[in-house]
Design a protein around this ligand. Structure first.
Ligand SMILES: Nc1ncnc2c1ncn2[C@@H]1O[C@H](COP(=O)(O)OP(=O)(O)OP(=O)(O)O)[C@@H](O)[C@H]1O
Ligand SMILES: [Mg+2]
Length: 370
C-alpha cells in the first residue's frame, strides 16, 4: 500500500482544527458499508465485524488501524454495545479510552458528537434535558422549549451517546443514568411524557483510574455497565507504532513536514517505558520513577512538540536536542522535583547507550539544569 493510502490526509476543505472521526474517515466508513455482507444489529450502520475492521484496520479493504492492542478486547466492547448493557472503558490516563470511544461511536452510528463531558460541575439537566427559558416563560413547557441533552438526542435517534470521564461527576448526578440504562426510557414529567429509546441506542462511558475511582459509582449504576479495561501498552514495538503513527497524523493536521528518524521514536518510547516501569527494558537496572503518568498520549505530544521545534527552529529533523527540550516539560508536569529523576536516568542509563540520539541527549543534559 502506498504511503498516501496509509496516511490519508485530513480533509482541509473542512477547515476545522480537528475533524471528528466520522468526517476524517468518512471515506473508509462508506467503503466498509459497501462491503458489508454481515448482519447488522438493529439501528447500526455497520455489522460488528465491520466495526472491528474500522477499529483494528483491514489491509485488504484499505482500512488503516486506529486502536492498537488486543483484538479480543475490542470484540467484547463491540458486542457489549449490541447488548442491553452500556460500555464503560476504564484505564490509566492516555490509554486511548476517549479515542476508542469516539471511533466506536463513529462506526456504529455515524456520529461521535453526542457527547457529555463529565466534570465535578455537571448537573442532572445536562444529562437529561433543560429548557429554553424565554420560550418556557412565553409558552409554558412545550416541545419547542425543551432542550434535549446529547443523551436524549441519542435515545430519540437510536444512536450511541458518549459520556466522558463519568466518575468525575457527583454520584447522585451519575445515578440519573440508571433509569435510562435499565428502562431505556426518560421521563419528562413537565410534558407528561416518557421518551423511549429507539433501537440502536447505547452509551459508551470512559473513566480514568487515576481520578476518583470507579468504585465510587453506585453499585446500581455499575451493574448497568460492562467494564472493559484498556491496558497501558508495555510492548515497545507496539507503542513505537502508535506514537509514530499518531504523530504523523498530527503533522498532517498541522501541515508540517519533518523527518522523524526511527531511532528518535525508539529512544523516546524507551525512555517513557523505562521511567514508567521504574526499570530498564532488559530489567537489568532500577530507575527512579517520576510521579507524572508517562502515558502513551504524553509520548505522542512530546514527539509532536519536538516536530514543531524541528520544523520552526531546527533542521527539519527531530533528534536528541528536540526530545530533551520537550521531555523536560513532559516529566516535570506534576512535580518539579521529577526533573531529578530524569537527570538521574540520564546519568545512569542514557550515558551508557550507543547511538546518535542517546549521545546527543547525554551531551545536552546541562540544559536540564536551567
Ligand atoms: N492503544 C492505543 N492505540 C491507538 N492510539 C492510542 C492507544 N493508546 C493511546 N493512544 C493515543 O493516545 C492519545 C490519547 O488517547 P485518549 O485521549 O483517548 O486517552 P484517554 O485514555 O482518554 O486519557 P484520559 O484518561 O487522560 O482522558 C490518542 O491520540 C490515541 O490515539
Ligand atoms: Mg479521555
Amino acid at each position: 500500500m502506498s504511503d498516501a493510502a496509509q496516511h490519508p490526509r485530513a480533509d482541509h476543505s473542512l477547515n476545522v482544527l480537528r475533524p471528528p472521526a466520522e468526517q476524517r474517515f468518512a471515506e473508509e466508513l462508506t467503503r466498509l458499508a459497501a462491503e458489508d455482507r454481515w448482519a447488522r444489529p438493529a439501528g447500526w450502520r455497520l455489522s460488528p465485524r465491520m466495526v472491528e475492521a474500522f477499529i483494528m484496520g483491514d489491509p485488504r479493504l484499505g482500512i488503516r488501524p486506529k486502536y492498537v492492542g488486543d483484538r479480543a478486547l475490542i470484540q467484547v466492547a463491540i458486542a457489549t454495545l449490541a447488548s442491553d448493557r452500556a460500555l464503560l472503558l476504564i484505564g490509566e490516563p492516555g490509554t486511548g479510552k476517549s479515542y476508542l470511544s469516539e471511533h466506536l461511536a463513529a462506526a456504529i452510528c455515524g456520529t461521535s458528537q453526542l457527547t457529555i463531558q463529565g466534570t465535578a460541575g455537571v448537573t442532572e439537566d445536562q444529562i437529561k434535558y433543560s429548557w429554553n427559558y424565554a420560550l418556557l416563560l412565553a409558552e409554558g413547557p412545550s416541545d419547542r422549549a425543551l432542550v434535549p441533552s446529547p443523551l436524549l438526542i441519542a435515545m430519540r435517534t437510536g444512536r450511541i451517546a458518549r459520556f466522558e470521564e463519568l466518575t468525575r461527576c457527583p454520584s447522585e448526578v451519575q445515578d440519573a443514568l440508571i433509569s435510562v440504562l435499565s428502562e431505556k426510557a426518560m421521563a419528562i414529567p413537565e410534558l407528561e411524557r416518557v421518551e423511549l429509546a429507539q433501537r440502536g441506542f447505547n452509551l459508551i462511558a470512559t473513566a480514568n483510574t487515576r481520578d476518583r475511582g470507579v468504585h465510587e459509582m453506585s453499585a446500581a449504576l455499575r451493574r448497568r455497565f460492562n467494564f472493559v479495561e484498556l491496558p497501558v501498552i508495555s510492548d515497545l514495538q507496539q507503542e513505537i507504532e502508535i506514537v509514530e503513527r499518531r504523530t504523523r497524523e498530527l503533522m498532517e493536521d498541522f501541515d508540517i513536514q519533518v523527518d522523524i528518524p526511527r531511532e528518535t521514536v525508539e529512544a523516546l518510547v524507551t525512555i517513557f517505558q523505562e521511567l514508567r516501569q521504574g526499570q530498564t527494558i532488559d530489567g537489568s537496572q532500577k530507575v527512579k520513577r517520576p510521579s507524572t503518568v508517562m502515558s502513551t498520549a504524553e509520548a505522542i505530544s512530546t514527539l509532536f512538540t519536538g516536530c514543531l521545534l524541528a520544523s520552526y527552529f531546527g533542521s527539519g529533523r527531530v533528534g536528541g536536542q528536540e526530545l530533551l527540550r520537550t521531555l523536560i516539560g513532559a516529566v516535570s508536569q506534576e512535580d518539579p522535583s521529577d526533573l531529578e529523576a530524569l537527570m538521574d536516568y540520564i546519568e545512569t542509563v542514557i550515558k551508557r547507550r550507543k547511538g546518535k540520539v542517546w549521545s546527543d541527549l547525554y551531551r545536552l543534559k546541562s540544559q536540564l539544569k536551567r
